[in-house]
Design a binder for this molecule. Structure first.
Ligand code: FE2
Ligand code: FE2
Length: 222
């Protein structure tokens, strides 16, 4: 199964579970869960690249393609817009001093959207052009993964603690409604189901030990 390795600053558990903070749990729990899913896919992609580079494994284009599709469909089109439209907007209004941090994180959302296009193109070139395109693809995977670790770390270590300090119970109620899918039918349960199905597909396609697929085969030595 795809496992999430602990990364500095991207903790595996949430410390804030007290009854008094009950109202703010939903959105933060969902953001953390979504970060964990993305982290698992990034680790899976880095693992596949390492297997190709270090063990001469046959590339699984189906698994790599499904992982990149997931990143495009999920964080880029679903997770980041929810952060922008609800958590960031409400925090900016409530606490203007957070403006610089929010500007930076919003800019990273825009940069991420370009980076995922580059990653898609690098995969297409690798698939069509073969081994001579691998180094560029591997570099694009490293770049995207590093970029996103830093982004998630900044949200979890800088933005969320600030939001927990500054936002009121009413603010959290509005944000929770949005993250639970009650404010926008497009961000509702169906989307959640769709992304879980996509994630399952990756787990089924990815070669063991990271997924349930057959182990990667070695390419023939030339
Ligand atoms: Fe974000
Ligand atoms: Fe995020």
């Amino acid at each position: 199964m795809i496992r999430v390795k602990a990364r500095p600053g991207v903790s595996a558990s949430m410390p804030w579970g007290t009854q008094r903070q009950r109202t703010k749990i939903d959105a933060l729990r969902i953001i953390e869960d979504e970060h964990r899913s993305l982290a698992a896919v990034l680790h899976g992609m880095l693992h596949l690249v390492r297997e190709i580079r270090d063990r001469n494994a046959e590339p699984s284009f189906a698994a790599l393609g499904a992982m990149i599709y997931y990143i495009d469909a999920f964080p880029e089109r679903f997770h980041h817009p929810k952060e922008d439209q609800y958590l960031f907007r409400v925090l900016r209004a409530r606490y203007p001093d957070a403006g610089r941090l929010i500007d930076r994180l919003e800019e990273e959302h825009r940069v991420g959207a370009h980076k995922i296009r580059s990653l898609e193109q690098a995969l297409a070139r690798y698939q069509s052009g073969g081994q001579r395109e691998f180094a560029q693809f591997a570099a694009a995977v490293d770049d995207y993964a590093e970029f996103h670790w830093q982004h998630m770390r900044a949200e979890e270590n800088e933005l969320i603690p600030l939001a927990k300090k500054q936002l009121t119970a009413e603010d959290w109620a509005e944000i929770d409604r949005a993250f639970l899918g009650h404010a926008d039918p497009l961000v509702g349960m169906d989307a959640g189901k769709e992304y879980r199905a996509l994630f399952t597909r990756i787990v089924n396609l990815a070669p063991s030990p990271i997924g349930l697929g057959a182990p990667s085969r070695r390419r023939d030595a030339h």
